[in-house]
Design a protein around this ligand. Structure first.
Ligand SMILES: Cc1cc2nc3c(=O)[nH]c(=O)nc-3n(C[C@H](O)[C@H](O)[C@H](O)COP(=O)(O)OP(=O)(O)OC[C@H]3O[C@@H](n4cnc5c(N)ncnc54)[C@H](O)[C@@H]3O)c2cc1C
Length: 472
């Protein structure tokens, strides 16, 4: 091992300029917020035009119903936005990045659900007050006597299931596959909950413009999901005819899978990006797993490198050459395009080294300009060792493997062998000009949080830290 403290340092200026910046992502975020607010306001304008403001003053029952309808409209609008965000539309994936989409999906989902619950509660109370009956009896009547409400109740149940299982505590107890399957029921929930408003809601049927808007939203969202979550991946997989070429051990607890296919360049995949892979090797093939590209895709093959974690990764080791592969992607925004210049510092833990190596192979940098720090439990676990050696020999990469147990210090991302180091000092040691350093980071979220804290202390600007979390 070459420990970080004995690295010979050098750094040459670089001509790299980012093609897509953090600011670009912030603009996407802002654009989405504006669109979501604007459509919500349009929807509320239709509510006002339908005379709902007057209803607010017409008595308790009318007011409850009126506010309940407004909550329902806003909730439905957010529900559509939420589904659209997760529809894997390539433009959104490139614009927001997967992390950004997931974050916005959670925020929009929270508000959509809160308004949805308010809608149900207020409508029950409002109708019960109007009819002078018990709210429970009113809820019962809603379900059985109103068109589309039985479906809506089933949809509500499914959406509740999605929300409850997504609460962090519950999420941790569930296997990923179970959680994901339940989450997919959310689509069915939306599909079932929405028709009642299209059939009976006064605000939907009252004006032709409103009817067109809501049916277009419903149809457009359904079509987007079908095209981008099913159609495009299937068409891409058929077009490129990807198959396993070879399976090789990678370190003592990992495996690499090399794949070939037709016209792979047309995928326009980049080092640092990932695909969701489905290997057609028998029962269970439907469970896709995300893995990053582990080599520069311009080399003419697609390679992934995985650390054994559970059945999905262990299964990779048993793949036979010739196995067909379905792909979804490429996804992810952590590519060399994010680089601004100066020193290039890659810090990875475990399998997180794979996309960093692919980026190093693809990117342009001078000898001594790039440093790769790799954390592993043991040296024998290290993935991509051969590719890294090649980068050291042929391109002058500075490699600092840091295997070992985690240090019990504030810089807990370091191993015990470096426990005497403050993480920020170590970063400044390998990158003496932290303000002029691009950092690419990949590993478990808590480990990345610890590295980011030290990067901040060392003086690396936040906008020059780029990361990919191997978790959803
Ligand atoms: C964007 C991204 C890129 C990744 N790239 C790599 C890589 O290059 N190399 C590598 O070894 N690992 C990578 N991973 C992690 C890898 O997807 C999981 O380790 C793998 O899916 C585990 O599956 P399993 O059945 O072996 O383990 P399980 O025991 O089933 O799962 C272990 C954990 O892995 C996660 N996981 C499981 N299935 C999925 C899934 N379908 N989607 C997302 N997360 C899942 C869950 O957090 C789960 O708790 C990446 C993950 C993401 C999100």
């Amino acid at each position: 091992m070459t420990a970080a403290p004995v690295l010979a340092l050098s750094s040459a200026p670089s001509a790299h300029r980012p093609r897509r910046s953090v600011r670009g992502r912030q603009l996407w975020w802002l654009g989405a917020v504006v669109v979501i607010w604007a459509t919500s306001l349009v929807v509320l304008a239709v509510w006002v035009a339908g005379g709902e403001v007057q209803s607010l003053l017409a008595g308790r029952a009318d007011a409850l119903n009126s506010v309940g309808r407004a909550a329902g409209l806003a909730s439905a609008n957010l529900l559509f936005s939420q589904v659209l965000l997760m529809a894997r539309v390539p433009l959104f994936e490139r614009g927001f990045g997967r992390d950004g989409i997931t974050r916005m999906h959670r925020i929009v989902g929270f508000w959509s659900f809160a308004l949805f619950i308010a809608h149900i509660g207020l409508q029950i109370l409002g109708y019960a007050a109007q009819a002078g009956i018990d709210p429970v009896a009113q809820a019962w009547q809603f379900v059985w006597d109103y068109p589309g409400m039985l479906l809506a109740t089933a949809g509500t149940g499914l959406l509740l299931l999605v929300v409850v299982t997504s609460v962090r505590k519950a999420r941790k107890r569930l296997r990923y596959e179970s959680w994901h399957l339940l989450h997919l029921y959310g689509y069915l929930g939306v599909g079932l909950a929405i028709p009642h408003m299209l059939w009976t809601g006064a605000d939907f049927t009252g004006s032709p413009a409103a009817t067109v808007y809501w049916w277009a939203m419903w149809g457009g969202t359904a079509a987007t999901v079908i095209v981008f979550r099913l159609g495009l991946p299937l068409a891409r997989s058929l077009r490129h005819g990807i198959r396993v070429r070879a399976v090789e051990r990678d370190g003592q607890s990992g495996v690499s899978v090399r794949m070939t296919g037709r016209r792979l360049d047309a995928l326009k995949a980049r080092g640092g990006q990932f695909f969701v892979w489905r290997f057609l090797d028998g029962a269970g093939w439907t469970r896709g797993h995300p893995f990053s590209l582990a080599t520069d895709p311009a080399n003419g093959e697609l390679v992934i490198s995985a650390r054994f974690v559970g059945d999905g990764t262990q299964r990779l080791a048993a793949l036979r050459p010739g196995t067909r592969v379905l792909i979804e992607g490429p996804y992810g925004t952590m590519t060399a395009d994010e680089r601004r210049g100066g020193h290039l510092l890659m810090i990875g833990a475990g399998a997180g080294v794979a996309p960093l190596v692919a980026m190093l192979e693809e990117a342009d940098w001078a000898p001594g300009e790039a440093t790769l720090i790799v954390r592993d439990h043991t040296a024998a676990d290290a993935l991509r060792a051969e590719a890294i050696d090649r980068l050291v020999r042929e391109r002058g990469l500075r490699h600092a493997p840091l295997p070992g147990r985690r240090a019990l210090t504030t810089s807990s991302w370091l191993p015990t062998s470096h426990a005497q180091w403050a993480g920020a000092d170590l970063i400044r040691y390998v990158s003496p000009r932290p303000a002029d350093t691009d950092v690419f980071l990949c590993g478990p979220p808590s480990w990345m949080d610890a590295v980011r804290a030290d990067l901040r202390r060392a003086g690396v600007p936040a906008e020059r830290v780029h990361l990919e979390a191997f978790t959803v």
